[in-house]
Design a protein around this ligand. Structure first.
Ligand code: HEM
Length: 250
């Protein structure tokens, strides 16, 4: 194992995983009320209504693909009757759809942040920093899927990246497996580790409180008049929902 392999595929992953776990515990203990998506829905809804589900459903589907592709060994799917060719056809089709949905959704979200004044003003340096890592990881993931398949010689990442990923969690790291993977996979996996390293200090923490935990621990409650039992109707008693701002339980 060379020094570079050791740093890229063993030290960086373990440091990032340790920071990911420790950082979340720290953030929860010391910044409970900053644990939020900092929703910008109040500023703009039209674009958000399209971009947010596209991004979130896309990323959830990609996550499902990662669980299947990284955690389930190839021999298991083969034993279940799913051959290599069929597996790759499935992962290419579903992975590309999920990946494109995620990229289009993310592009719209970034466009909205840049062009809608109040949303832009609410965007911090921390958000921009996080978006760079998030976008790089997603774009590189999609590129590896599309490009390696478009060349007609798809790389069987279940022989390299997947056993490497599992070896990290068995505490018997096999960095040589990553050395054998094409460059696109290397870049995608390295940016993913770094993304995990910055995760606890960004808005991405909301992943662990959505949707149920987030709903039961409101700090500020935004509620529609329509749905507030016993609330008096405003002048005109209109049908359009209005927003009210109130203080919830801390
Ligand atoms: C260390 C962790 C990760 C590893 C080892 C990994 C590995 C991979 C591999 C092997 C592929 C190719 C799949 C295929 O061609 O079917 C891929 C694709 C992809 N990855 Fe990752 N990944 C990791 C983390 C992430 C993260 C954190 C994100 C998003 C934030 C992400 C987003 C994507 C996307 C969008 C694709 C395109 C295909 C799809 O939609 O599944 N990956 N990844």
């Amino acid at each position: 194992m060379t020094g570079t392999e050791l740093v890229l595929w063993v030290i960086v992953p373990y440091v990032c995983i340790a920071v990911f776990v420790g950082g979340h515990v720290w953030r929860y203990r010391y910044d409970k009320f900053g644990w939020t998506t900092r929703s910008s829905q109040l500023y703009e809804r039209r674009l958000l209504r399209l971009a947010s589900p596209l991004f979130h459903f896309g990323i959830l589907a990609a996550l499902g693909g990662h669980v299947m592709g990284l955690l389930v060994p190839e021999r298991w799917t083969e034993a279940a009757g799913l051959g290599d060719t069929a597996y790759h056809a499935m992962s290419l089709t579903l992975g590309t759809i999920a990946g494109f949905g995620t990229v289009v959704g993310l592009s719209l979200l970034i466009y909205r942040r840049r062009t809608v004044g109040p949303v832009f003003s609410a965007t911090t340096k921390n958000d921009k920093f996080m978006y760079v890592f998030l976008a790089a990881t997603i774009l590189l993931g999609l590129l590896t899927t599309v490009l390696t398949n478009a060349t007609g010689h798809p790389h069987d990442y279940r022989q390299t990246v997947s056993p490497y990923f599992r070896s990290i969690f068995y505490f018997q790291p096999k960095p040589e497996l990553m050395t054998a993977a094409p460059l696109g996979f290397k870049l995608h996996v390295e940016t993913a580790w770094l993304l995990f390293g910055i995760w606890p200090f960004t808005r991405l923490v909301h992943v662990f409180s959505a949707p149920l935990g987030y709903l039961t621990r409101p700090y500020i409650v935004y509620r529609s008049r329509e749905h507030t039992a016993g609330s008096p109707r405003g002048v005109g008693g209109g049908s359009a929902p209005r927003l009210r701002l109130g203080w919830g339980r801390p």
